[in-house]
Write a protein that binds this ligand. Structure first.
Ligand code: NAD
Ligand code: 89Y
Length: 347
C-alpha cells in the first residue's frame, strides 16, 4: 500500500514533535510544510529535509497532492484552516484546544461532515501508554464498576518559556492543560452531566488561572475530580505526568508519580512500572507526551485506511470542549453547570 501524503501547517514549538512522530508512523509521511514565519519554516524544513515549503496555507493546499492535512497552529487559526482543508476535501487533524467557542467547534465539525472528510483533534494525552493501560484495566473489569475517580496534574514546570502565549491569554490552565485531563476523565469514566469548578491564579506574572479544581458528575453515576495546577512546587517535579486514582466495586487502581501502577482487588494486589518508552528522538521529561503524539498519529493513519472514526474525532472532542466551557462558567458563577446547556448551544 502506498504511503499517505500529509502536509503540516504550523512549524512552531510543538510541531517538532509532530514531525518526529510522523517519521516513526507506518504508512504516512509529511511531504510539505507551511508556516507564515519564514525562519520557523526553514528550521523545520531543514531539520526534517522537507523541501516543499509554503508561507501560505491556501497556496500549499491548492498545489500539493495530499491525503491529509495536519494543523499544529494555535487556536485562533484553527477554524479558518480546518474549513480551508474541508473546502478542498482533505481529511484533517487539528491540534487542541480545538476551538475557543462551542460555535467554532461546531462549524468545523459541520464543515468536515458536509465535505465528507474525517476530522480528528490531536487530543493525545489519552494515548499515553500508562493511561491506555489504566483504561484497559478498567475496561477489563479488574476493579468492577468504577464509582469514584481522580485525574490529577500538579506541577511548577516552566511552560511559559517554550510557549510564551500561555502567559498572556485570559484563559490558561483549563483551556491549555485541563482540556487533556478532562478528556482523560471522559475516556476513563464516560460522558459528563454536570460540572462544578473553582479556579485561582497564584503566579502573578501570568494573566489567566493556573489552578483549577473540577468536580464531574458522570452520566453513569461516577463522581470524579479533575485537578490541575502549574503553581505546585513538589519535592520531585512530576511534569508532565497525569496521576490517576480509581475506586471500583471490586477493587482500585492507582497510577502514582513515577509511572507506578498499583491494582488491588479480591485476587490480591500487583504493582507494575508503566514508564513510557523513550523514543529515539524523545527527550525527558516530555517523553510520555512525545510517545502519545506518535501513537495518535498512527491511530489516525490506521483509521483513515480502515474508514473508521478516530477516538478523538471532532464530534467526540466537542464533548471535551463542553467540559472546558462548563468549568469556566461554573468558576465564574460559583454554581454547578449542566453540560447539556453547553451542548445545546450547538444543537
Ligand atoms: P507556536 O506559536 O510555537 O507555533 C505555531 C506556529 O503556527 C507559528 O510558527 C505560527 O507562525 C504558525 N501559524 C499560525 N497561523 C498560521 C497560518 N494561518 N498559516 C501558517 N502558519 C501559521 O505554538 P505551539 O506551542 O507549537 O502550539 C501549537 C498548538 O499545539 C497549540 O494549539 C498548543 O495548544 C498545542 N500544543 C499541544 C500539545 C499536546 O500535547 N497536544 C503540547 C504543546 C502545545
Ligand atoms: O500546551 C500544553 C499541552 O498540551 O501539554 C502540556 C503543555 O505543553 C503545557 O501545558
Amino acid at each position: 500500500m502506498s504511503e499517505l501524503r500529509g502536509a503540516l501547517i504550523g512549524c512552531g514549538f510543538f510541531s517538532i514533535n509532530h514531525l518526529h512522530g510522523w517519521r516513526g508512523v507506518e504508512g504516512a509521511s509529511i511531504i510539505a510544510l507551511c508556516d507564515r514565519d519564514a525562519e520557523r519554516l526553514a528550521v523545520a524544513g531543514d531539520q526534517f529535509q522537507i523541501a516543499r515549503r509554503y508561507s501560505d496555507a491556501e497556496e500549499m493546499l491548492s498545489k500539493e497532492r495530499l491525503d491529509f492535512v495536519d494543523i499544529a497552529t494555535t487556536v485562533s487559526s484553527h477554524r479558518a484552516l480546518v474549513e480551508m482543508a474541508a473546502r478542498r476535501r482533505f481529511p484533517v487533524i487539528c491540534q487542541k484546544p480545538f476551538a475557543s467557542s462551542m460555535e467554532d467547534a461546531d462549524a468545523m465539525v459541520n464543515a468536515c461532515r458536509e465535505a465528507g472528510v474525517p476530522l480528528m483533534v490531536h487530543e493525545n494525552f489519552r494515548w499515553q501508554s500508562a493511561i491506555q493501560t489504566v483504561g484497559a484495566i478498567v475496561e477489563g473489569g479488574e476493579i468492577g464498576a468504577p464509582f469514584w475517580g481522580r485525574v490529577s496534574f500538579r506541577s511548577a514546570y516552566d511552560v511559559f518559556s517554550g510557549q510564551p502565549y500561555l502567559a498572556t491569554g485570559e484563559r490558561f490552565i483549563i483551556e491549555d492543560l485541563g482540556i487533556h485531563i478532562l478528556d482523560i476523565a471522559r475516556f476513563l469514566f464516560g460522558d459528563v452531566a454536570r460540572v462544578t469548578a473553582r479556579t485561582r491564579r497564584v503566579n502573578p506574572a501570568i494573566r489567566g488561572e493556573d489552578v483549577a479544581t473540577i468536580l464531574l458528575d458522570h452520566e453513569n453515576g461516577v463522581t470524579s475530580i479533575v485537578d490541575c495546577s502549574y503553581a505546585t512546587r513538589l519535592a520531585v517535579e512530576p511534569f508532565p505526568e497525569t496521576l490517576v486514582e480509581i475506586d471500583g466495586s471490586e477493587g482500585s487502581v492507582r497510577l502514582n508519580q513515577g509511572y507506578e501502577l498499583l491494582v488491588a482487588n479480591k485476587r490480591g494486589t500487583y504493582r507494575k512500572d508503566l514508564s513510557p518508552p523513550l523514543l529515539p528522538w524523545a527527550s525527558r521529561p516530555w517523553h510520555n507526551i512525545q510517545e502519545s503524539v506518535q501513537a495518535i498519529e498512527q491511530h489516525w493513519v490506521d483509521c483513515l485506511r480502515a474508514g473508521r472514526e478516530p477516538a478523538t474525532s471532532g464530534r467526540d472532542n466537542v464533548k471535551t470542549l463542553a467540559l472546558v466551557e462548563a468549568a469556566y462558567a461554573s468558576a465564574k458563577t460559583h454554581g454547578s453547570v449542566d453540560v447539556g446547556l453547553q451542548m445545546q448551544k450547538i444543537a
